[in-house]
Design a protein around this ligand. Sequence first.
Ligand SMILES: Cc1cc2nc3c(=O)[nH]c(=O)nc-3n(C[C@H](O)[C@H](O)[C@H](O)COP(=O)(O)O)c2cc1C
Length: 298
Amino acid sequence: MILAPLRGVTVRRFRLTFGGIARECGFTEAVTPFIPAMRGLDPLKDAELAGGGAKEPLETVPQFIGKDPSELRRCAARVREAGYAHADLNCGCPFPMVVKKGRGGGLLRSPDALAKMLEAGCEAFGPGAFSVKTRLGVESPRELLRLMPVFNAFPLRRLVVHARTVKQMYSGECDLDAFREAAAVAKMPVVYNGDVDLAVGPGGIAARLPSSRAEGWPLVMCGRAFVRFLGARSDSPGLLDGYIRDSLSEGASPGAVLGRMKELLSYWAALPAWAEVWSKAKKARSLDSFCEAVFAKA
Ligand SMILES: Cc1cc2nc3c(=O)[nH]c(=O)nc-3n(C[C@H](O)[C@H](O)[C@H](O)COP(=O)(O)O)c2cc1C
């Protein structure tokens, strides 16, 4: 399994703190939340990579977002020189400002621009080392099938498909039929993403997916369920305490840590053990009062 990028949640410190647990669950790598491949920005100075990826428990795959092939080439070469074996291109971010500018999910609207980005990434990283994370389409779930010849023209490591459209954002059902249709014509390994639960039973999504055609490539990418799983563990208060300490010890300001912890706890809010704590913790205006709300009960 691959840990999905969740901007503001699966940040570098999260991956360092919880990557060991993720390994125990069967995750082998983590794609970073997106890093802009834009003029004047050094990806190695981005908070997602600063400090290096080598010590993370899971393999770190830097994910880029952008639409300028020369900037992608520059950024990809930079992380490759720094020792990252793989990198990824975001072709699925649904935020209207991003899509409007032709980045993220907006790349799906322009096959020419998409092809130039794929060419740049594959050239910079070499065959079989550069991957893509995308959605089923912008408006319709059948768009990806029409775009498959573009993806198939490049030696991609894999294509991760979040089985929703850009328009759906994060709501509504995943479309497994549309996913299957695109996967059936793909020349590269295709990885399923969207609402995968860690407790996969016979009726779960994984059981309804096409089995892998080549051994050794991961079947699914999972994000929010792993974050919820952390909150469901009996040692979750201790995990949270450790995460706060780790974040402060690397120099994050209490205000920034408060924001990060509230974001994390919002994923735990629906769990019976956390519902009451969350109702108090979300109102906290300082890290101290947040900790009071959270750990008073623990
Ligand atoms: C808060 C949040 C931030 C996200 N950030 C990114 C991102 O930086 N890059 C990306 O490709 N997808 C991003 N996604 C999408 C997830 O990686 C994933 O595709 C989506 O959550 C569906 O998978 P899941 O149901 O397993 O969480 C984000 C999703 C959420 C909810």
